[in-house]
Ligand binder design. Structure first.
Ligand code: SF4
Length: 388
């Protein structure tokens, strides 16, 4: 299927599948490489675009509003590699440099001043730094390559390069045996003046070192109480510092929400290129071959780079719509509450502090801790009441 025979994507995601080392908890599409094979990568991306635009006039360009180059570690591309990716994208997409939101991810150990300044000149206007923590012991335990000092320096470098929009990722919910001061990490984010924070709970995925440690009983993941406590602390601290907690895992200073991520949450269409990248077009979800080696081989032998696709049926779409609306401050229209049990529960949810007052159903941070259960009840998929 071509994106230009149906509704048009409003944003593009490019996956850069290279990291100098794999972190202990990571199950993303990543190949270990300090010097990414950029020529091979560009050839494979070219094949990916060719498959999307098969049979479409070469002069045709799709107008987009957002671009997101993520990974992996895009900062390993350097300035020249990123310039080549952008040049390739311009063969099929066009954007207004004055209004586009163009985000790229970087890891603190591979973001030099030259890379940051060069990227800014290329038109990237939002940086997302994989910091995870500003504490040495935590970074070592997570298997991160960078130091706490490099994390702070990356923020300074970004500012010097002229990036006013700056996201930092942090991980919380670590085992209690790791001496991590979560309050201190939150304070660093506030003091360093970043404009956006994504805070994700650590999960022990199968086939990762962390997953194996948990299976072997060498690591015990924290219980729900600790997770909830740190989550609520993040929300309280950041809201007090002027951030809006606008999505389950995301916080932004006024006017700084991620427009690209909103495409995922508001049912908009987007196109992904690169290994494991997902697309959503005309009601269909499509995902690419996951592993870099397999993706590169498929590209070089003219095989399809699509690994799977699915249409959601009406029930699945309804649950997805409910779940997406409830995960942001946009909230859900009350008429979309299908579950009869949930309709009778709304006052109890408000009394429990899970719902804000207001016309639309907007979950509070305490409600977001129960998002899956509440969404299933609202969509009529579960009649087991979340409040007894
Ligand atoms: S830097 Fe990010 S993508 Fe790379 S291995 Fe670590 S968690 Fe995974």
């Amino acid at each position: 299927m071509s994106p230009v025979t149906g509704p048009q994507p409003r944003g593009v995601y490019v996956h850069v599948p290279f990291c100098a080392k794999r972190c202990h908890y990571c199950d993303f599409s990543v190949a270990r490489s300090r010097r990414p094979p950029i020529a091979d990568y560009l050839c494979a991306l070219t094949a990916d675009l060719k498959e999307w635009f098969d049979g479409i006039d070469a002069a045709f360009r799709v107008q987009i509003d957002t671009l997101f180059v993520g990974g992996g570690t895009p900062s390993l591309l350097g300035v020249e590699g990123m310039a080549s990716v952008i040049e390739l994208l311009q063969t099929r997409f066009e954007w207004d440099p004055a209004t586009v939101e163009f985000t790229a991810e970087a890891n603190p150990n591979s973001l030099s001043q030259d890379v940051a300044t060069g990227w800014r000149r290329l038109g990237i206007n939002r940086l997302s730094l994989g910091v995870q923590s500003f504490q040495e012991e935590t970074l070592t335990w997570l298997g991160r390559l960078h130091t706490a000092e490099q994390a702070e320096r990356a923020i300074r470098i970004s500012r010097n390069a002229g990036f006013e929009r700056l996201n930092v990722d942090l991980i919380f919910g670590l085992p209690s045996t790791v001496r991590r001061d979560w309050s201190e990490d939150l304070r660093r984010v506030v003091d360093l003046g970043v404009t956006h924070l994504s805070a994700y709970g650590l999960t022990a995925e199968p086939r990762t070192p962390l997953g194996r440690w948990v299976d072997l009983g060498r690591v015990t993941m924290p219980g729900d109480d600790r997770y909830a406590e740190e989550y609520m602390e993040a929300s309280d601290t950041l809201v007090e510092a002027g951030f809006e907690h606008y999505e389950v895992s995301n916080f932004a200073q006024p006017g700084q929400t991620s427009r690209h991520n909103w495409l995922y949450w508001d049912d908009s269409e987007y196109l992904g290129i690169g290994p494991s990248a997902h697309s959503y077009l005309a009601g269909e979800r499509i995902w690419n071959v996951f592993h870099w080696d397999r993706y590169r081989e498929a590209a070089s032998s003219n095989e399809s780079l699509r690994e799977g696709r699915e249409y959601l049926d009406d029930d699945q779409r309804r649950l997805e719509r409910v779940w997406l609306d409830l995960r942001t401050t946009r909230g859900l229209d009350e008429k979309d509450v299908v579950g009869s049990a949930a309709r009778g529960q709304l006052d109890a949810w408000r009394a429990a502090g899970w719902l804000d007052e207001g016309e639309r159903l907007r979950l509070t941070p305490a409600g977001w801790l129960r998002l899956d259960a509440l969404a299933a009840e609202v969509a009529g998929w579960s009649d087991r009441p979340a409040v007894d």
